[in-house]
Design a protein around this ligand. Structure first.
Ligand SMILES: [Zn+2]
Length: 460
């Protein structure tokens, strides 16, 4: 099976094969100063699909994600205060308490979205020595300078600096702060000393004085610590292309002289009322927001699958509602088929569904895959059910457990269903219709088939 991904580096579709036995994947994780919103989670859902797909295709995968708990300033371009420090002031807590609280919420939300935990989750504050040694390497190779108390990366020394963002729309290249200490406008800080922000709480000793690392160096250091000098795939949102990922490449490649990542995969934004969902604009929706409105977080996962990861996703309550309806109908259709054929989920033997997997191999084309599934569902067979359940290991919609839930009646519903069965046998149709209404009102769907009645729970 040929696997093709759209590589931002080169801006073209490229055939993917790992360099070694294990596929090495690094994903930029959350800065844990606030609740992650659904726009952020689109990245983690897309990365989850990627990892699940590669595993299903027979590869071993080492998936590393970082947690930024220091050094990420309000702007990605070294501007403003540290996000973590601001949050600590706002909530009158210490920085590590903030980090612990928001990373716990993050992993809780991720679990609700059925996102598998990465193999390694690494925290910036636990990798300071690795960051310092990387900066020292860059210093020894002549890529840094010291000005105004900070260590800067000199972008003019790296001719390939703009390679990742080549061909990108200029408007997406973020504004860079005017800093009188910089030699070139695009230079960025590798190490801040206390002189820049006196109220910074987390400070470490370094050859350049007491201070803290820049955000970009964190990812380079952690990625190379856990995955080696060349990664197979580096992922993130498109907003990371112009600065963060461009800077990660510069630092890593200048330190090692090797290609940092062979593939760069980026997902597009989530739009909320036609604007980018962002904290600064106050237009954020979180997992608990949709949870409290009665949605299953998997409805959002389904919505993400409906739109290709490199296309903007328009989030409204309406689009989420249609995703819910489609997801529930998928479960109900499968559950009804199994009930009609007197089969349980555990009796369905697994087959390797090459057809579905090869669709995902086309740059993770999940919208096309869902289209195929909906076509195939019109003439369901046991084999098709088996293939759908099999590919759900990639889609992550929890179809098996949802089918079981769908086919499970509470005690009261079981009694009503049993009574109704008796009234039907005795041809007391008026009574049987009434009992059907009671079940419908309780959230069940009732089907009368040649094999008897089938009652399914609609609230899945
Ligand atoms: Zn990063």
């Amino acid at each position: 099976m040929e696997i093709v991904f759209f590589n931002t580096l080169g801006r073209e579709y490229q055939r993917f094969e790992p360099l070694e036995d294990v596929v090495k994947i690094y994903c930029c994780g959350p800065t844990v100063y606030h609740f992650a919103h659904l726009g952020n989670f689109r990245s983690y859902i897309f990365e989850d699909i990627l990892v699940r797909f590669l595993r299903k295709s027979g590869f071993s995968v080492k998936h590393v994600m970082n947690i930024t708990d220091v050094g990420h300033l309000v702007s990605d371009a070294d501007e403003g205060e540290d996000k973590m420090v601001l949050a600590a002031k706002r909530e009158k807590k210490d920085v590590l308490e903030i980090a612990r609280f928001y990373s716990d919420v993050f992993f809780d939300d991720a679990r609700k979205l059925n996102i598998l935990k990465p193999d390694i989750v690494c925290r910036a504050t636990e990798h300071i020595p690795q960051m310092i040694s990387l900066i020292k390497k860059l210093e020894a190779r002549g890529f840094t300078y010291f000005a105004g108390g900070n260590v800067y990366f000199d972008t003019s020394k790296f001719p390939d600096y703009s390679k990742l963002r080549a061909g990108q729309d200029k408007s997406s290249v973020a504004r860079v702060e005017e800093d009188p200490n910089k030699k070139n406008q695009e230079d960025f800080v590798l190490w801040f000393t206390k002189s820049k922000y006196r109220d910074h709480i987390l400070l470490w000793d370094s050859p350049w004085g007491l201070g803290y690392p820049g955000w970009h160096i964190e990812c380079s250091a952690m990625a190379m610590t856990h995955l080696g000098e060349t990664l197979d795939i580096h992922c993130g949102g498109v907003d990371h292309i112009p600065i963060h990922h461009t800077n990660e490449i510069a630092q890593s490649e200048c330190a090692t002289g090797k290609l940092f990542s062979r593939f760069w995969l980026h997902n597009e934004f989530v739009l909320f009322n036609n604007d980018k969902m962002s904290k600064s604009k106050g237009s954020i929706v979180t997992v608990s927001d949709i949870d409290s409105k009665g949605f299953d977080p998997l409805d959002y996962r389904y919505l993400c699958l409906l739109v290709h990861y490199r296309t903007q996703l328009n989030f409204t309550e309406e689009t989420l509602k249609s995703a819910r309806t489609a997801r529930q109908n998928l479960v109900l259709t499968l559950a009804k088929f199994l009930a009609e054929n007197r089969l349980s989920v555990s009796q369905i033997e697994s087959t390797s569904s090459f057809k579905y997997l090869s669709t995902v191999a086309e740059d993770l084309n999940t919208p096309k895959l869902l289209g195929q599934i909906w076509t195939d569902i019109e003439n369901l067979t046991v084999d098709t059910v088996s293939s759908i359940l099999e590919i759900d290991e990639v889609l992550g919609l929890n179809l098996k457990s949802k089918i079981i839930l769908c086919s499970t009646l509470d005690t009261q519903a079981q009694e009503i269903a049993a009574q109704r069965e008796i009234s039907r046998k005795n041809k007391r149709f008026e009574e049987s219709d009434k009992l059907r209404d009671v079940l419908t009102e309780k959230g069940y769907l009732v089907f009368d088939t040649n094999q008897g009645q089938i009652v399914l729970n609609r609230n899945i």
